[in-house]
Design a protein around this ligand. Structure first.
Ligand code: HEM
Length: 514
């Protein structure tokens, strides 16, 4: 009877929630134990009865029948013991079944380190791309050969041929007609290394992505992100060539009334996709490390989840998203400054020349409008007039600095509600934004020297990195992670029931059965 009861309960509990299951098995074990006690008491009574009978009568028949009854009760007791083992077995099976049902797979830390490492390569190529632009090397390779272009010219003849191609470009004809083959070799190598680095990132990203996905080292959630990142990486190559073309095509240059440089729109798009790629890799890497850490220590994680769920943290979470967005937009407005060489005018700070702001006539110059009705006056000046574009960048930069300062002060008041690592990131963010603003100002005051401009660009990447970290540390856990951690806690409860209390129950039951 007890055995059936136990098996039934175990079956039912297989379909019940983990916590509920643990409790029901526990209760059921308790029931079994009282049953065992009851039976055992009965056995003890029977034994004493038997002894009584033994003493009172030497009737063999009675003695035998008493022994039979006693054995029967003994068998019942060991049956209970067996039932308890069956229940324990079922519980272990349930833990496995539970895991299977949630179909949960988490990416390994190796994947995270690979992603963060690859994002480092993207950081490097952005800085190198900036150097290529600042040394005016970006238009030296006039063709796009994704595979065969991997090799540079190998002999004098090949160099001469490459130089002849460059000589037909607008940049050579209008700006660089004085350069020698040796000068050309330098600008060629700058651009060639940039392109080769891009190809290397393609290989370093794509091959391991396929390997990790095929070996099941990545979760479906991460696989999706890897797919998007791969697509973005491929797109980045096209955007790069699309940008370079805008500086090689005389027709486009005439349309823009520009000297031979790439379009500021395309440069900023190229910079933007690089930033998104970089942030996407970092974000995914950070997420994996964070979630693995949570899964390792569910008790600590639940404490953190409580903090992250607090309504007091809501506004700061929104602010963190805003800060990342603002840092990104400021960086993109910097791309526009770089694309238009707008760092070469108004090399003063905080004033722009003699006044705080240039005149309205200068900021909204009619010469920039292309339509007869001048309806495009505003946006063309905002995006194409170097004076206005510089003012826009100054404005965004000031807003970014003040916003970080505000959030920093706000966070001091809310300190007890903010996770420790987010507090540290916010301090770092305050430091990085200050440095970045100072770097920008120095770059401007010193007429855009290559080393300062390049450091300023790296500073922009550092700023979005820390903003991303801050935002990431305030994010609530995914529902799936929450569920897994909750059921992991339930499993721990089960195990403690299984390994602790149940053991005691088992010992007692076995003792009673003897
Ligand atoms: C605080 C946030 C700032 C961020 C995130 C930021 C970001 C950037 C970025 C990404 C570039 C493009 C670099 C390139 O592609 O080569 C840039 C260029 C530039 N920024 Fe900033 N900037 C900030 C503040 C400032 C400030 C306060 C100033 C000066 C008032 C400034 C002045 C410049 C100048 C002159 C350039 C053009 C440099 C070049 O031609 O290479 N920036 N900025």
């Amino acid at each position: 009877m007890f055995r059936n009861l136990l098996i039934d309960t175990a079956r039912v509990s297989r379909f019940a929630g983990a916590e509920c299951h643990g409790k029901s098995v526990f209760n059921q074990m308790k029931t079994s134990l009282s049953g065992a006690r009851l039976m055992s008491n009965k056995a003890a009574n029977m034994n004493s009865t038997m002894r009584l009978w033994n003493g009172a009568s030497s009737n063999l028949f009675l003695k035998r029948s008493a022994m039979i009854r006693s054995n029967l009760l003994y068998n019942n007791s060991s049956m209970i013991s067996r039932s308890l083992s069956t229940t324990r077995l079922n519980m272990n099976q349930d833990i496995k079944i539970g895991r299977k049902n949630t179909n949960f797979r988490q990416s390994s830390n190796t994947v995270a380190y690979w992603l963060i490492g690859t994002s480092g390569l993207v950081f490097g190529i952005v800085v190198l791309g900036g150097l290529t632009r600042l040394t005016e090397s970006g238009l030296s390779i006039t063709e796009w050969k994704p595979v065969t272009g991997s090799l540079p010219p190998m002999n004098q003849q090949e160099w001469e041929e490459e130089f002849i191609k460059y000589k037909s470009s607008p940049e050579f004809q209008q700006l660089n007609s004085h350069i020698t083959l040796d000068d050309f070799k330098f600008i060629f190598f700058m651009e060639w290394i940039h392109r080769l680095w891009g190809r290397a990132i393609g290989v370093v990203f794509l091959a391991p992505a396929i390997y990790f996905a095929a070996r099941g080292r990545t979760s479906p959630h991460v696989n999706k992100r890897l797919f998007y990142l791969c697509s973005l990486l491929g797109l980045q190559g096209f955007v790069g060539w699309w940008m370079v073309k805008s500086g090689l095509d005389q027709k486009q240059l005439d349309e823009r009334k520009s000297k031979p440089t790439v379009s500021q729109y395309r440069l900023t798009t190229h910079l933007g996709t690089a930033f998104v790629l970089y942030l996407g890799m970092l974000w995914t890497g950070f997420d994996i490390l964070k979630e693995n850490k949570w899964l390792k220590d569910p008790t600590k994680s639940l404490e953190l989840f409580k903090k992250l769920d607090s309504v007091k943290l809501g506004p700061l979470r929104k602010m963190s998203v805003f800060l990342l967005g603002l840092s990104f937009i400021t960086a993109m407005s910097g791309g526009m400054v770089a694309g238009l060489d707008a760092g070469w005018i108004y090399n003063t700070w905080p004033k722009m020349g003699e006044t705080w702001f240039p005149s309205k006539r200068e900021l909204m110059d009619e010469n920039f409008a292309r339509r007869d009705d001048k309806k495009d006056l505003w946006w063309r000046n905002l995006l194409e007039n170097p004076t206005t574009v510089q003012l826009v960048h100054r404005t965004f930069a000031t807003a970014a600095f003040l916003s970080v300062l505000y959030v920093h002060m706000y966070a001091i008041k809310k300190k007890p509600y903010i996770p420790k690592n987010a507090q540290t990131s916010l301090h770092a963010l305050m430091g990085v934004v200050t440095l970045q603003a100072l770097l920008g100002i120095t770059t401007l005051l010193y007429f855009v020297p290559v080393h300062l401009a390049s450091t300023h660009q790296a500073g922009a990447l550092a700023l979005v990195t820390v903003s991303l970290m801050f935002m990431n540390q305030l994010r609530k856990p995914r529902l799936q992670i929450k569920n897994v951690i909750n059921s992991s806690m339930a499993s721990q409860l089960k195990n403690s029931v299984n390994g602790g209390t149940a053991k005691r129950i088992m010992t007692e039951a076995s003792k009673l059965a003897k």
